[in-house]
Design a protein. Structure first.
Length: 270
């Protein structure tokens, strides 16, 4: 079966004569599949996701192909891209507070995401969709919280609002860039459970980006390990954990604490 997303030999430079910050990477995501993209800071994870959404700054040079549902996204016009961004491909960012408008009621913000793509839908129905999305992300009392402002929510609830905004248009692909890094461990576990739930209920495909292999293993079916703009290896979560091929993957694994980790020893580095 053709994958939903197929990234082929993708390279990214911020200037025509600059270094390739992403250097010829390839990966696929099938319908309903979750791919984890793991790697250290600066390895090129976020710029890869921004390239998929075509949100890189003007002047950056992107080559290769990004095939999504039968089209090479790199070849689409800006209008064709806008019709897909936020509708077929949605993104949740790491910092929910900076991505939400502090002076707008959260129901209206989520509703904006609907109206951008469906101006024809009457107000009452937009409201129904927003409440359904808030229900979907297990927000307590969604009809009452609709009229509250972002500062009236906890960090974990704000991340739920961001996820509601991303899924309200029922996208086919969700890109989650470090969706839990800013949260404490308990809330992180709740958000990961929520993402797994959404995937099961809606058959969502996902690109799950994290520097944390343990977190990724809880969410992804397959993992691609990235370093310095390259994908070193990609495999099922099980194979990555039990038969890592690359020395860097082994170092990442050695940094994952287990019940038997000797906490007095320093973490492995490369
Ligand atoms: N706008 C930009 N202009 C120039 N270089 C950039 C720009 N954005 C990112 N880079 C460079 O591209 C490389 C990859 O950055 P990227 O943000 O994708 O890393 P990352 O893997 O997401 O790291 P982190 O885990 O810290 O989020 C880095 O070397 C970074 O400095
Ligand atoms: Mg990043």
């Amino acid at each position: 079966m053709t994958p939903l997303l197929s990234v082929e030999n993708l390279s990214i430079r911020f200037r025509g004569d600059g270094p390739a910050v992403v250097d010829g990477i390839s990966f696929t995501i099938g319908e309903g599949e979750v791919l984890g993209l793991v790697g250290e800071s600066g390895s090129g994870k976020s710029v890869t996701s921004l390239a998929i959404l075509r949100l890189l700054a003007p002047g950056s040079v992107v080559s290769g192909a990004i095939r999504f549902a039968g089209h090479d996204l790199l070849q689409l016009s800006e209008n064709e891209m806008r019709a897909r961004r936020g509708r077929e491909i949605a993104m949740i960012f790491q910092e929910p507070m900076t991505a939400l408008n502090p002076s707008m009621r959260i129901g209206d913000q989520i509703g904006e995401a609907v109206r951008v793509h469906h101006p024809e839908i009457p107000r009452g129905e937009v409201r129904e969709r927003v409440i359904e999305a808030l229900n979907d992300v297990a927000m307590p009392e969604p009809a009452r919280r609709y009229s509250d402002y972002p500062h009236q929510f906890s960090g974990g609830q704000r991340q739920r609002i961001m996820i509601a905004m991303a899924v309200v248009n029922k996208p086919r692909l969700l890109i989650a860039d470090e969706p839990t890094t800013a949260l404490d461990v308990t809330v992180q576990a709740q958000i990961l459970r929520l993402l797994r739930d959404l995937r099961e209920r809606h058959g969502l495909s996902m690109l799950f980006i994290s520097h944390d292999l343990a977190v990724t293993a809880q969410t992804a079916d397959r993992v691609a390990v990235m370093r310095r703009g390259h994908i070193l290896e990609s495999n099922t979560v099980d194979a990555i954990f039990h038969h890592p091929q690359d020395a860097y993957t082994r170092a990442l694994l050695a940094a994952v604490p287990t019940m038997t980790t000797d906490r007095s020893r320093p973490l492995a580095t490369l």
